[in-house]
Design a protein around this ligand. Structure first.
Ligand SMILES: [Ca+2]
Ligand SMILES: [Ca+2]
Length: 267
């Protein structure tokens, strides 16, 4: 069952009045993610609902750390299910390029798709051993060459197009996903930050506001990711994916797909 999304809009009368009075410029970014309720609030998220800040992050960490883990090899078949093209069951949708490509073209050659780690492997030495480097919540199908172009760059606005970019942009030190997946990328990065807190064999992954983080266990830029979370709220594809990962593979959820407003509640 997909989580039911019931938005409770925050009062905006004061802000609107201020704009009308010429006191402030209209906001250029989207309205902050409104509070949501989901079918999981009284069950899966019971211990987190009502909390904010570090208490919310800590509670969510406990909740989502209970999970099944996949091997790196198992990701191929899982991605064929989680990222299936809604309009062509023989294909997957490639994250950054947005293209639909045959499931059978998984591999490492030009024209194939492979396993893109949205939280780059080098940022905290994820490796491809079972763990953060095989966490299906942040691994997506991507064109082999586009995956290489993204490399381990942090996320930020700006840059130029490239072959199969699909609207995504890149420059020397950052990568900007196409508009339709900007929020998806933000919610994947922030899922990783909450899921991995350094209390197991792996690094404590965290967002920061930098680019060129290299091998440090950080991914930026947080201020931009927060904007993207608001500009591109979860859609049916992203919500279905979260549900399939939960039901079929890992038995844990990405809280920021269910509750986008929890991004602002923590960061
Ligand atoms: Ca999206
Ligand atoms: Ca963390």
């Amino acid at each position: 069952m997909l989580a039911t999304r019931i938005r409770r809009w925050k009062p905006v009368a004061l802000a609107t009045a201020a704009v009308l009075a010429g006191l402030t410029a209209p906001a250029l970014t989207a309205t902050p993610a409104a509070a949501t309720t989901t079918a999981y609030d009284t069950t899966y998220y019971r211990d987190a609902v009502g909390k904010t800040g570090t208490a919310l992050k800590s509670s969510l960490h406990t909740i989502i750390s209970s999970q099944n883990k996949l091997s790196y090899a198992a990701l191929w078949e899982a991605l064929k299910v989680t990222d299936q093209d809604p309009n062509n069951s023989g294909n997957v949708i490639l994250l950054y390029s947005g293209k639909s490509r045959s499931k059978s073209l998984n591999g490492g050659d030009v024209g194939d798709w492979n396993r893109e780690h949205v939280w780059a492997i080098s940022h905290g030495d994820l490796t491809t051993s079972t763990g953060p480097g095989t966490d299906l919540h942040h691994i997506r199908p991507e064109d082999v060459q586009v995956n290489s172009i993204r490399g381990n760059k942090d996320f930020d606005n700006g840059g130029g197009t490239f072959t199969n970019s699909g609207g995504s942009l890149t420059d020397s030190d950052s990568f900007e996903p196409r508009d339709a997946v900007k929020g998806d990328v933000a919610r994947m990065i922030l899922y990783m930050a909450v899921r991995y807190e350094g209390d197991d064999a792996w690094a404590d992954l965290e967002p920061n506001d930098r680019v060129a983080n290299g091998s440090a266990p950080y991914t930026g830029r947080l201020s931009v990711l927060k904007q993207w979370n608001e500009q591109d709220p979860p859609d049916a594809f992203e919500e279905r994916r979260n549900q399939v990962v939960y039901d079929t593979y890992q038995k844990n959820r990405n809280p920021f797909i269910d509750h986008p407003e929890w991004v602002e509640a923590i960061w």
